[in-house]
Design a protein around this ligand. Structure first.
Ligand SMILES: [Zn+2]
Length: 198
């Protein structure tokens, strides 16, 4: 395999990137300044060292003085309201809507890929979060797909043994189209889905 193909294969691993787009990235890099390529290589190699996960919500954040992210540390946020999302990008989408003022928990992966690991990791993450502050409502904001719904049922069963009486579990209202990922939903759709949670 030549250099173009080898690099294109790596780009194909990015979400939503097919072989043709991957090639376009490679050609764009070939046309770019050498300084751009050098900076890109340096940034990528520093990325893992400079980034860590929030110990409370699991979100990626820059290494700093705190082990918690800016949202978890924000005292103005409603700690009693917890939204469970699949990935960091879903948080970004919800933050744009400004409709949600609670805190998050990032699941990171969907069932059934690693059902056992998911359950164990999930239980540990939930335990940590529920121990940190009282939660009165949990909103499941997972993709409207077969895997997403299967994961939501796993989360519900894990929660049933962890939550105290009086804590409610809601799912986003179905303004979201089937098969959709939250990341790609527009702000108004997300706002409605949150307002119509049940
Ligand atoms: Zn956090």
């Amino acid at each position: 395999m030549d250099e173009i193909e080898s690099l294109a294969r790596l780009f194909e691993k990015f979400p939503g990137i097919g072989p043709r787009q991957a090639k376009r990235f490679v050609y764009a890099l070939l046309r770019a300044d050498a300084s751009y390529r050098t900076e890109l290589v340096e940034r990528i190699s520093k990325l893992a060292r400079g980034v860590t996960r929030c110990t409370l919500c699991g979100r990626f954040m820059a290494h700093g003085a705190s082990s918690k992210c800016s949202i978890c540390n924000d005292t103005a946020r409603n700690q009693k309201l917890l939204m469970i999302v699949l990935k960091d990008a879903d948080i970004e989408s919800f933050e744009i809507t400004a409709v949600f003022q609670g805190t998050y928990l990032v699941l990171g992966t969907l069932a059934p890929l690693t059902e056992d690991t998911l359950s164990t990791n999930l239980k540990n993450a939930l335990k940590r979060r529920l121990a940190a502050a009282t939660v009165s409502e949990i909103v499941l904001a997972l993709p409207v797909t077969t895997d997403g719904e299967h994961t939501a049922s796993l989360v519900r069963s894990a929660l049933s043994t962890l939550i105290t009486e009086g804590t409610t579990i809601a799912t986003l209202g179905r303004g979201l189209s089937t098969g959709s990922e939250l990341e790609y939903a527009d702000p108004q759709t997300l706002r409605n889905a949150f307002t119509l949670r049940k």
